[in-house]
Every structure is written in structure tokens, then in C-alpha cells.
Ligand binder design. Structure first.
Ligand code: FE
Ligand code: FE
Ligand code: ZN
Length: 267
């Protein structure tokens, strides 16, 4: 069985990952992958935070991905980005979309307000001041808006607020279903993101319970390691494949110039 395409990887250009695109590509080839995608953190029009690409580095990013494509002609390498969804920031995403011939965008919510990224370890203390349920609600409201925006092919790590293992005491099923109904209607795919296995939550994003609800709606999926180091390429993909197969998934999707290509898992 060959490993599915790894559709979520970063590079040193986002300033908190290591490795050149060619290093990730070399690792992917060594593991026998047929396809990968670079999805580094999208720049903002002006300085925004310490963990994303700078706008002036965007052309370098594209060039470096092109170099990797030339150096590894037998590996399909997609050009993409993980783009932050912020309410009111849609026009900027549209501008980014026009800058280069991207294969797809992952839309991710990290910020639940203008200033708080729920996954930032430097802002972990903010969780103490807030009711987890209220944070998850704010997060999923935004995630629904991201899905509905039509700007993204894939929704990144859909239950990211669990990263530090802080969970609402109340049942979240209705909240998940509300989001998944929007996701279904808007046609986005969900990023089965194995980085969660390496965090305090020790679980793939999204959780099996969440993905059961997604599977019932036949929402398409992609696989992503969310690598921030070449060694992490396709890490945990065996577990991810096992999880989604157990839920009845036989296919996942790839994207070429925004066109969805349904692919059998294992092919
Ligand atoms: Fe992310
Ligand atoms: Fe990421
Ligand atoms: Zn990152």
C-alpha cells in the first residue's frame, strides 16, 4: 500500500519550521510518497504575528517549491498555502489567490479574536481566563464562515482548540454538526491532520467522534502531517488511514489547479 499524498507541510520561511522544500521532498521520496503539497502559513499585508511567511518572502517560497519540483520530477509537488481565515479578511485571501497559480488553499482558523491564536503556546495562559466551551464556539463559528467563504478547498485541523488537551465540559456534538452541515453544503474537504498525535491532545485532528459525523455526511478528506520538520513528513499516516477506513472512507482527494481528484486510499 502506498501512503496517501501529504497535503500539509511548512518550510523555514514561516519562521517557526525548519527545512527547505527540497528537504521535505527528499524525505517524501525516501518514504515512497507519490505526491506532496507545500502549505506554508500565508503572509498578511503587513506585520501580523511571528509565525507566518513575510509578504516579501512569498516569491522566494514559490521559487523554492519550483526548484523542488524540478529536482524531484517523479514526485508530484503541489503549490499551496495554509491561509488564516479571519472575518473581514476575505479580500486579502482573494488577492493572495491571484498572485500565483496555486493548486489549492487550506483554510485554517487559529485566531478566535483579532489577537488570540488558540494554538499558540505563548498564549496558553489565555485559556485560563475563558470558558473552553465559549472558545470552541467562537472557533467553530469562524470555521463555518471559512467553509462558507468559498475561498478554500480544504479546512485545516478542524478541532484545533483541543491541542493543549483543554476540552469543554459540555457536549459539543451539536456544534460539530452545525459546522459539518455547512462544510457539506460548501463542498470543502477536511484535513486529516496527524500533528495532533504529537501534541498534548495526543489525537489526530479531527477526533474519531468528529470524523464519524463527517463520514455520515460523506465529507471528503485529505491527509496532512502538518510537518514543521522534514522528519515529520507523513508521520502518523498509518494511524490516519486506519481511522478513516474504520469509518468507511475508501477515497481521499487531491487537488490540481483547484480541481478535485478523488483517489483511492492505498493507490
Ligand atoms: Fe495550522
Ligand atoms: Fe499547518
Ligand atoms: Zn505552523
Amino acid at each position: 500500500m502506498s501512503l496517501p499524498a501529504d497535503y500539509h507541510m511548512h518550510t523555514w520561511l514561516c519562521r517557526h519550521a525548519v527545512g527547505e522544500p527540497v528537504d521535505y521532498a527528499a524525505r517524501a521520496v525516501a518514504l515512497g510518497l507519490k505526491e506532496i503539497a507545500f502549505t506554508d502559513h500565508s503572509p498578511m499585508p503587513k506585520y501580523f504575528d511571528y509565525w507566518r511567511m513575510l509578504l516579501e518572502d512569498l516569491s522566494t517560497y514559490v521559487e523554492k517549491v519550483r526548484v523542488a519540483q524540478k529536482q524531484f520530477p517523479n514526485l508530484v509537488i503541489r503549490l499551496a498555502m495554509e491561509v488564516d481565515y479571519l472575518p473581514g479578511g476575505e479580500d486579502w485571501v482573494r488577492e493572495l489567490a491571484k498572485m500565483y497559480p496555486w493548486d489549492f488553499f487550506i483554510g485554517s482558523v487559529h485566531y478566535v479574536s483579532d489577537t488570540w491564536a488558540v494554538d499558540d503556546p505563548k498564549e496558553l495562559s489565555k485559556w485560563k481566563e475563558r470558558d473552553p466551551y465559549e472558545v470552541w464556539e467562537a472557533y467553530f463559528d469562524r470555521l463555518g464562515m471559512a467553509a462558507q467563504s468559498g475561498l478554500f478547498e480544504i479546512i485545516g485541523h478542524a478541532d484545533l482548540p483541543k491541542k493543549f488537551g483543554i476540552y469543554p465540559k459540555r457536549d459539543c456534538t451539536a456544534m460539530f454538526e452545525r459546522f459539518l452541515d455547512i462544510a457539506k453544503k460548501s463542498g470543502v474537504a477536511l484535513d486529516i491532520n496527524t500533528a495532533g498525535l504529537r501534541k498534548d491532545c495526543k489525537e489526530i485532528y479531527p477526533s474519531p467522534a468528529f470524523m464519524k459525523l463527517a463520514a455520515a455526511r460523506q465529507i471528503p478528506i485529505t491527509f496532512g502531517s502538518d510537518s514543521h520538520d522534514p522528519i515529520e513528513v507523513a508521520m502518523g499516516f498509518d494511524k490516519a488511514v486506519e481511522m478513516v477506513r474504520g469509518l468507511g472512507y475508501t477515497h481521499y482527494c487531491r487537488f490540481e489547479q483547484h480541481r478535485r481528484l478523488d483517489t483511492k486510499i492505498g493507490d
